[in-house]
Design a protein around this ligand. Structure first.
Ligand SMILES: [Zn+2]
Length: 249
């Protein structure tokens, strides 16, 4: 059984301010040598994978939630008989272990090896879930909650349509938001910050396999037990309420 890949919302690419400085005119200036480089050019090089490797390793702090190419593993999926499943069968691996299932759903395996070429268009499945479950910042891995207000924060490139919403994007702490605005091409155009007191797990974004038809990428609630038995989870979705717009730092 093959497993299609899907892309999730791109996370941010903050620079390390002790190496490079953004002077606000679209240029990055290396603090030690004084040489400059266009932000837009470097961002595009990162996206297509031709970025200067020395800059990738020394100038950029890769966000915690981003996946690296070497972390991709082959997924040898299978459908197994299971007397505890509602249909008597469920999606599994050919060599399943108990930790493959969390919250009653099978999760996509990935290595944890943050080295080499970065895939900025994809979130690492297990780190995304970790950030969501433990309220960690998707960029720095630190606590995402603001100790002064007790609220979690997010930054989006467009307005959130409602105060209650479902998100697969982990929060970003207030310390990381200014750098995210500088380095993320989406946020350079437009940025909106929202906070919430907390959230609840709602479901998963994953690949749903059915007996009749192609696998499809779906958002599956944790209450849909039948569908979850044939879902390969890629990201945890949470339900956030009481989202309030805030001043953009
Ligand atoms: Zn952070």
């Amino acid at each position: 059984m093959t497993q299609p890949t899907g892309t999730l919302a791109p996370p941010y690419v903050p620079e390390r301010d002790h190496e490079w400085r953004d002077d606000g005119t679209g240029l990055l200036t290396h603090l030690a040598s004084g040489r400059t480089r266009a932000v837009a050019t470097y961002r595009q090089a990162l996206i297509v994978g031709t970025a200067d490797r020395s800059m990738t390793t020394t100038a950029i702090r890769v966000p915690y939630v981003v996946a690296y190419e070497v972390e991709t593993v082959a997924l040898n999926l299978a459908v197994i008989h299971d007397v505890w499943a509602l249909s008597g069968r469920r999606l599994s691996y050919a060599d399943p272990v108990g930790s493959d299932w969390v919250m009653g759903v099978l999760w996509a395996r990935q290595k944890c090896d943050r080295r080499g070429k970065v895939n900025y268009e994809e979130m690492h499945t297990l780190r995304q879930r970790e950030c969501m479950l433990y309220r960690l910042c998707q960029v720095c891995e630190g606590p995402a909650i603001n100790p002064g207000t007790g609220r979690l924060s997010w930054v989006f490139h467009e307005e959130v349509p409602a105060a209650s919403d479902r998100l697969s994007k982990p929060p970003t702490c207030l310390r990381c938001i200014p750098k995210a605005r500088i380095t993320c091409p989406y946020l350079q155009c437009e940025a909106h910050v929202y906070t919430s007191p907390d959230y609840e797990p709602w479901g998963v974004k994953g690949t749903v396999f059915s007996a009749s038809g192609w696998p499809t990428l779906q958002d599956v609630p944790l209450t849909d037990l039948c569908t979850l038995e044939f879902t390969l989870a890629r990201a945890l979705i949470v339900h956030v309420s009481n989202l309030l717009p805030e001043r953009v730092p």
